[in-house]
Design a protein around this ligand. Structure first.
Ligand SMILES: Nc1ncnc2c1ncn2[C@@H]1O[C@H](COP(=O)(O)OP(=O)(O)OP(=O)(O)O)[C@@H](O)[C@H]1O
Ligand SMILES: [Mg+2]
Length: 342
């Protein structure tokens, strides 16, 4: 397995400022010492409760945010501190699909212009933009315009829509169709990596499967690598090859999908899995996920961050912070219960 992305000891601490003086009065510890690899051509699922830092991690990887500390490598190249200008090439290779297709498409632009925009913003030549050694400047010659139009038609067909849509505006489409268009825009510059941040959670359940299946198809056809962020374990289970579980800004368990569902070790993963309703359950009541509220990331607990809610808590967990133990190849867990198994 070839590494596409490698993250080392990544921290993102958002400063909290005093409204009056502007002084920093604390931090939101959104990411804490995150270590992670994303392999070429895999779908890595990232799951965790609201506020656990999933979007922050996705945005740091895409370098829409600059992390507080740590390192992010893309194909072995350190992109952690690159400037906007230096990130131009990377912007074409790594794209984001947002949660809300109602907000991510400009209502005043026709679909054709929405899909053309990435070529202009990224000064991208449709013929050469995906060749690493050909940073040819964008000139909208007739030849180029034809190539762009050809590419737009190709992508529209790939996402299962008809060419007629190009002349219409976003408001004329349903949520599912808008998300297809947003996906088309994300893939039009032939990226290698996509971070999809809750791409189906704003959609009707009946539409979700169609969009997920489209993402899987595109991943296969275009050789994409994907970070798929969701709080919905059934969606994560369907789409992912490997799964990372986040809690209060830390990855607490990382394993292949099968290992995570059949042989999970972290009490938080166990609690998340227990919260998924089984189809054979006749109760419509949602099971209680985990006792108590998730602590504030502005004031995270000492020791193991999960200790305040963990049914297996010991004195050690209240004081010491567990490492990310490798308990078997490709299975890591941040829990003292696994300490001696590594
Ligand atoms: N731009 C920001 N400035 C300050 N704090 C932020 C910012 N973005 C996120 N946070 C805080 O960082 C923490 C992690 O947020 P993040 O959005 O990454 O979580 P998430 O797992 O994506 O949650 P959700 O499932 O609700 O989308 C939260 O406490 C959030 O309030
Ligand atoms: Mg989020």
């Amino acid at each position: 397995m070839q590494e596409l992305i490698k993250i080392k000891e990544l921290n993102m601490h958002y400063p909290i400022t005093d409204g009056l003086t502007g002084n920093i009065k604390g931090y939101t510890y959104a990411l804490n010492n995150v270590n992670l690899e994303i392999y070429e051509n895999e779908i890595l699922g990232l799951v965790g409760e609201s506020g656990s830092g999933k979007s922050t991690l996705g945005n740091c990887i895409l370098r829409l945010l600059k992390p507080t500390s740590g390192e992010i490598y893309y194909r072995g190249e350190d992109i952690t501190s690159k400037t906007k200008k230096e990130l131009q090439e990377y912007r074409k290779r790594a794209q984001l699909i947002f949660q809300n297709p109602y907000m991510s498409l400009n209502p005043r632009m026709k679909i054709y212009d929405i899909l053309k925009e990435p070529f202009i913003v990224n000064k991208s030549n449709p013929v050469s933009h995906f060749a690493a050694d050909s940073p040819s400047p964008y000139k909208c010659s007739i030849k180029n315009r034809e190539k762009i139009e050809e590419k737009i038609r190709e992508i529209i067909s790939l996402i299962g829509m008809k060419e007629e849509v190009l002349n219409r505006y976003p408001h004329e489409f349903s949520g599912g169709q808008r998300q297809r268009i947003a996906i088309a825009r994300a893939i039009i510059l032939n990226p290698e990596f996509i971070a999809a941040d809750e791409p189906v959670s704003a959609l009707d359940v009946s539409i979700q499967a169609q969009i997920i299946n489209l993402l899987i198809k595109l991943k296969e056809n275009l050789n994409l690598t994907m970070l798929f962020i969701s709080h919905d374990l059934s969606v994560i289970k369907y789409i992912s090859d490997r799964i990372a579980v986040m809690y209060l800004g830390e990855i607490v368990e990382l394993a292949s999908k099968d290992e995570l569902f059949n042989n999970h070790k972290h009490p938080y993963t166990e609690a998340l899995l227990n919260s998924v309703p089984h189809p054979q359950d006749d109760t419509t009541e949602k099971k209680e996920i985990i006792k108590g509220e998730i602590p504030s990331p502005q004031n995270p607990p000492k020791g193991c961050k999960f200790h305040t809610r963990c049914p297996y808590v010991t004195d050690k967990c209240r004081i010491e912070h567990p490492e990310f133990y490798e308990i078997s190849p490709n299975h890591r867990v941040r829990c003292f219960l696994c300490e001696n198994k590594s």
